[in-house]
Design a protein around this ligand. Structure first.
Ligand SMILES: [Zn+2]
Length: 98
């Protein structure tokens, strides 16, 4: 993709983000910072769309647990979640479905 195509894609996403696009943007912003205009459009969409807000909360929660699991396994050398952490994840995911 040349730079003009990439800029065109960003403006297309920013101009009229739909829920499917928002979910892709939310996944992407877990790994890399978004351009300013895309962040503003994301915020505007999330302010108006309850479903995407829920998805954003869920993906944020999963990211939090992934970071916790990653840092715990690096520090202790363990490969498995503790029973307490596994139960907390189950409860959080159960609550997020409500
Ligand atoms: Zn939406």
């Amino acid at each position: 993709m040349n730079p003009f195509q990439k800029i065109g894609t960003l403006f297309k996403l920013a101009a009229s983000p739909q829920c499917a696009e928002i979910s892709r943007i939310l996944s992407r912003c877990q790994d890399t910072p978004l351009p300013w205009i895309l962040r503003r459009r994301l915020e505007w969409h999330l302010a108006a769309c309850e479903w995407c807000r829920r998805y954003a909360d869920q993906i944020s929660l999963l990211g939090y647990f992934a970071r916790q699991f990653s840092s715990q396994s690096c520090e202790s050398g363990k490969k498995k979640l503790s029973p307490h952490t596994a139960e907390r994840i189950k409860n959080k995911l159960r609550d997020a479905k409500k």
